[in-house]
Design a protein around this ligand. Sequence first.
Ligand SMILES: CC(C)(COP(=O)(O)OP(=O)(O)OC[C@H]1O[C@@H](n2cnc3c(N)ncnc32)[C@H](O)[C@@H]1OP(=O)(O)O)[C@@H](O)C(=O)NCCC(=O)NCCS
Length: 166
Amino acid sequence: MYKHDLVYLTEDASHDAAIEHINEEAFGPGRFTRAAARIREQGPHDLSLSFICTDNGETIASVRMTPVLAGTVKGHLLGPLAVRPSHKNQGIGRELVRIAVEAARRKGSEAVILVGDPPYYGPLGFEKVAYNALSFPGPVDPGRVLVVPIAEGVHERLKGIIAWHG
Ligand SMILES: CC(C)(COP(=O)(O)OP(=O)(O)OC[C@H]1O[C@@H](n2cnc3c(N)ncnc32)[C@H](O)[C@@H]1OP(=O)(O)O)[C@@H](O)C(=O)NCCC(=O)NCCS
């Protein structure tokens, strides 16, 4: 009988090819045109806050975190988050989000921001950002811009441009 042996690890460069494959499979070629992807193109993601899940040594899921300045909030943009189809609906996506948000909190991040589905991320602590408060480098559905506020006054300070911030 097949048995899962799931391990959650901090991302390193040896995972690059597997993560590329997972994201290609999940999002296809259009993934590079999305507004969040354009922010990620501005600079590197933070490996110390990015995580993978392996099953019997094979990388089957990934979440990345990119440092951003959003208005005056020094936070992190979460994404892409992807789980291989063979491993969906087993709580792996949720666990990766939980680990990434907790790691950001420990590192002193002021907020974790993403563009995603509120029904999925709401139960994980994400709240809607005020409509059109943040200006992305491309069109986004304002109802899908979400945040886990960590510092004080995050919602009030999430006004203006969101961009990569080293
Ligand atoms: C979305 C994704 C990351 C979820 O990962 P996962 O490990 O399969 O999800 P989990 O096991 O943590 O959670 C599963 C639950 O979330 C629900 N769910 C999955 N995607 C959802 C979505 N887009 N909106 C609302 N609910 C969703 C499932 O129906 C399931 O509900 P249940 O627990 O009531 O049965 C994964 O399906 C995936 O890689 N999808 C393709 C890429 C993608 O869309 N990434 C997110 C970008 S915002």
